[in-house]
Design a protein around this ligand. Structure first.
Ligand SMILES: [Zn+2]
Length: 276
């Protein structure tokens, strides 16, 4: 597997432009890649939950391969701190003793962080957005490996970086990548925009299309709540595999998703031209 830096370099060698859209709790730069011509009309975000780092590998591969005309913005590793923690444990990160102690305590004393989902403040970024914040199933109100909503909506710098992009007004489509279950989630509460387009994405992947009645505080929840535009959560990978999703299965995922960026581009372009 390539390192994060090697992946970024490979994408730039394949024609992607890179920019920093924010900084994590751990002081790492959050990078966004842009591929295509003109103003990007779709935003695609992965690596939101630490242990779902297979989505980061997948988005890097799809970004390098994308040669469509419609420009796309891709954030392959929003929670880069958490990903490094899940992959390498505490020894993979440089941090203060007090932060190490906090993470160890929050992980119930275990040095195995492979199932960790949150960021370094033990906030679950996908429960931290300002959309029904604190009302989701599985929400917790104290630091935890998963499910902690944070001290207030948008409290985390990773969330804020993403919100700044979504508030830019330039996107017709926002897609959040998670793992696993082979599902495409659409809509937020009573807002259910673009069912036909959502169905097209699910059918192209062979995934089931579902609604998310118990979801709140998520990235796509925020996007739909705020704009009423098309937003999806895609859960990649089969449920029979464990977390973290085996890297040996990456080629299968890449094959399944190989035309999906082109479809995102086509849908986003059309929605934008039609005035949303
Ligand atoms: Zn997830």
């Amino acid at each position: 597997m390539k390192t994060y830096k090697e992946y970024l370099e490979a994408c730039m060698a394949a024609g992607a432009a890179m920019r920093t859209i924010g900084e994590t709790i751990g002081g790492r730069q959050i990078q966004m890649l842009t591929k295509g011509e003109g103003i990007p009309r779709a935003l695609i975000v992965g690596g939101i939950h630490a242990r779902e780092h297979i989505t980061t590998d997948l988005l890097f591969a799809l970004t390098a391969a994308y040669d469509g005309k419609t420009a796309l913005d891709i954030v392959p590793a929003l929670n880069i701190d958490g990903i490094l923690l899940a992959q390498n444990g505490l020894n993979g990160l440089t941090m203060r003793m007090k932060d190490r102690a906090f993470l160890l305590r929050t992980n119930r004393g275990s040095e195995d962080f492979s199932l960790w989902k949150a960021n370094l403040r033990a906030v679950d970024i996908n429960n931290n957005f300002d959309a029904g914040w604190g009302q989701g199933k599985g929400n917790v109100f104290f630091p935890a490996p998963s499910g902690y909503v944070g001290s207030h909506p948008g409290s985390e710098p990773e969330t804020q970086a993403c919100v700044r992009r979504m508030d830019s007004g330039q996107y017709a489509l926002v897609v959040a990548y998670h793992s696993k279950g082979e599902e495409v989630y659409w809509g937020f509460r009573s807002k259910r925009p673009y069912p036909e387009e959502a169905r097209r994405v699910a059918e192209a992947l062979g995934y089931s299309l579902k609604e998310t009645p118990e979801s709140a505080g998520g990235l796509k929840d925020y996007w739909i709540e705020k704009t009423g535009r098309m937003g999806l959560t895609i859960e990649v990978g089969e449920d029979r595999f464990p977390h973290p999703y085996p890297v040996s299965e990456l080629p299968v995922l890449i094959k399944k998703h190989k035309d999906i960026f082109a479809l995102f581009g086509e849908i986003a372009e059309r929605l934008w031209m039609n005035g949303l």
